[in-house]
Design a protein around this ligand. Sequence first.
Ligand SMILES: [Zn+2]
Length: 398
Amino acid sequence: LKLNLFLLSSVLFSVSAVAGSFPSPTSLFGLPFNEKQTGPYCSISGWSNEEASHQYHMQHNFSFDKFHMGEDWNGKCGGDTDEGYPLLAIADGEVVSVDDVGIVTGQGKRLYIRHAFPYAQNTARFMVVESAMLHLQGMGTGIVNGAKVKRGQTIAYLGKTGTGYAHFHWELRSNLFSSTPSTANPYSSVLTIGNALNYLPPSMVVDDRRNVRFLFTNNTSWTNFSPSGNAPSSTMYVNKGGELKTLRSAVEAGWIVPRNIQFKKSDGKWYYYTTNVDAHYFEAGKEYRVMSTLSGVSYGLPIPGNRFQEDRARFDMINAVKDDSRFFSFDTKSFDKLPNWHLDWELYRMEFKLTSGESTWVVQITNKADPLIRQTTYIDPVLNNWTDFIAIDKNKLY
Ligand SMILES: [Zn+2]
């Protein structure tokens, strides 16, 4: 996609206009591709279910290739062989905009769908994102403004409207009211921190929420679980007759008594959390148990896929400096990875521009054994020394 103009007037709602249109949270996110799609599009054998998309590859990534706030996915067979490929809703949601802005904008036919996920780190108790899909050939049946969609439903067809060859341009907006300033240079590798924070890497967000490792129904007795990977408690959700809540919200609603979310220490005894459970994360191999006050309540615990560590590293860096007014932008071309920096840690770095016009480096390290354990540091522009490592909240995915 050549982002000549990024005028997104159609998604500039007033707050009051959208206040009532947040969709109900959905329990899982899925990929926009059918992993077992066959037919005349682009059929490659030998793919794995574990891959993000077997017949497709990510051509350009979020904030990694010039002024590009999304991902470009393209069929492995090349050219227009993927034109007309069905695209699926990543979660239950609501269509907020369907339009055709033509060739001039470089965007063509566009579709915006709003989704929600239970998420304790969000003050609203669920995370709302907007999935933007560009260059579409056309929309699926019934896809009009205001339509409700179900996860996996065909919502559109991959196309090449507004661009030279068929591919799928996909964005995930974390700021529902954002528009990228049209004055931005589309060929610049420099992104302001403010612009970057309006978007999320869509594949990473889906990947972190598409596999539930534990799904169990509780009948007012203890249910034990032991995660095989470190899992943020912020994404554990409770389902009562289709109504979804985070653990914290479920406690607030009286579905669970706080002391009935417990963990076992090495002394073999059970303990309960004295602070909110979402201030902790579920550690691999440790034992936990939960009991609700209601019967027929089910629990789901997604474990992050950790396939998108570079995106996570970039976000950690941006988040580490976003409240420091001396920082203004970063140069995506300076992003670099040193996988062998340390036996136990991978190192990522990126150069940030300051409001003063000077530059400084921000460094993030990711633990190789547990990618949820990450730390960030930067060279203080005034003191000219590295700050102490800032530990990233393992429960806050972004
Ligand atoms: Zn694109």
